[in-house]
Design a protein. Structure first.
Length: 61
């Protein structure tokens, strides 16, 4: 009976560990995406300040 309890606990801890690792990876991906979005927004703002017609690049005439 102790071996079943040990296995159950081991599997539970393994699942928790996997969840935590996946969450950390997701957080890193979200932070990276946020930084990339900020760079795009900054370059978009720079383009507007230089008088570049953004509609031309977005497919709008």
């Amino acid at each position: 009976m102790r071996s079943v309890s040990f296995l159950t606990t081991s599997l539970t801890l393994s699942r928790i560990r996997d969840l935590v690792l996946n969450e950390e990876q997701l957080i890193q991906e979200l932070l990276s995406t946020r930084e990339e979005l900020n760079r795009y927004q900054q370059s978009d703002n720079i383009g507007e300040n230089r008088g570049i017609d953004q509609n031309r690049y977005r497919g709008n005439s």
